[in-house]
Design a binder for this molecule. Structure first.
Ligand SMILES: [Fe+2]
Ligand SMILES: [Fe+2]
Length: 329
């Protein structure tokens, strides 16, 4: 039990059993758990892991598209991409703040990321060799993020759920900018249409893998669903993404690279092929095309930012000392 939990249990004079009952009843009533509330250690640890992985994904996710900021083909595209990548930084920061409400330390989370002890989404370990990749990332990757994250707006942990509301609004904007970019390219030259199709071919399967392993091989899912941290299984969300994306691909005029993809009237869903789960496992374990490069760059950025963090800490200490003396800045 943490000091905070001990204090809250002392205040209400409740036993461990009563606290657990209160927690279970709050979850059962679909109410939110807040930072001040007692929560089981497993719930706290699971959330810290999930929220930290999510935060890391937003931050690492700035890299594949960020590489195109200096090379965007027009000022308009540069401004859009700049804003989008900046949004992802903002998402990372909300999420690190949400993790802090659970007692995590932000510096420690960053250390874990750059030492490879905490993961981020497998999708950001793929390269972005053409500008069409920027469009396809917006369409597929931000689209998949929306499928994953909209249900998280009803997650049982208050700060996480509230961060998701704002993040989802921005993700839906990201998805549309990607699709609009691809629409523009598809109306362009034959070479541009080929670039779009090539990017679609490369990103389709890794995007399906973003939802994680199949349900029968997803060890943490059942507990997360019982705690209402997660609301839908990996396979349900993957299906939702496929059903959402197929008509968009038709409208755009591209082919999704799956010969097994077809509408199943009986199920009311599209059937689709099986992603290469061995590839997903390889990428998660650190052996994807860009894993080393992403981490190395994050580490370099962290080290280069040392003086900024030190300066900010000194400034904050000075402000605090002044406030103590009653002097206003
Ligand atoms: Fe994001
Ligand atoms: Fe996004």
């Amino acid at each position: 039990m943490t000091a905070e939990q001990a204090a809250s249990s002392a205040v209400i004079g409740a036993s461990g059993e009563e606290l657990q009952e209160h927690f279970d009843a709050t979850i059962a009533r679909d109410q939110r758990i807040e930072p001040r509330d007692w929560m089981p250690e497993g719930y706290r640890r699971t959330l810290i892991r999930q929220v930290a992985q999510h935060a890391h994904s937003e931050i690492i996710g700035m890299q594949p598209e960020g590489e195109w900021i200096t090379r965007a083909p027009s000022l308009r595209r540069k401004a859009i991409l700049f804003a989008k990548v900046q949004d992802e930084a903002g998402h990372g920061l909300y999420l690190y703040s949400a993790a802090e409400t659970l007692g995590a330390d932000r510096a420690d989370l960053t250390e874990r990321l750059i030492e490879g002890r905490q993961k981020y989404s497998s999708i950001f370990n793929y390269p972005t060799p053409s500008f069409a990749d920027v469009g396809v990332i917006g369409w597929f990757v931000d689209g998949a993020a929306i499928c994953n994250q909209v249900p998280l707006c009803r997650s049982s942990y208050g700060p996480y759920a509230r961060a998701m509301v704002r993040i989802c609004k921005e993700e839906s904007f990201h998805q549309r900018q990607g699709y609009e970019l691809l629409m523009t390219m598809m109306r362009g030259t034959e070479a541009q249409r080929e670039m779009v199709q090539d990017a679609v071919n490369r990103w389709w399967w890794p995007s399906l893998m973003m939802f994680g392993p199949p349900d029968d091989n997803s060890p943490n899912s059942a507990q997360s669903m019982a705690w209402k941290i997660k609301r839908h299984s990996n396979d349900e969300l993957r299906q939702r993404f496929v059903d959402m994306t197929v008509p968009q691909a038709e409208k755009l005029g591209v082919t999704l690279p799956d010969p097994e993809l077809r509408w199943n009237a009986e199920r009311g869903h599209h059937d689709f092929g099986t992603p290469d789960w061995d590839e997903l496992m390889r990428v998660i374990k650190g052996d994807g095309p860009c894993n080393a490069e992403r981490i190395q760059r994050r580490r370099a950025a962290h080290e280069e930012g040392t003086w900024v963090r030190e300066a900010a800490a000194v400034y904050a200490a000075k402000q605090a000392a002044r406030a103590e003396k009653g002097v206003t800045a």
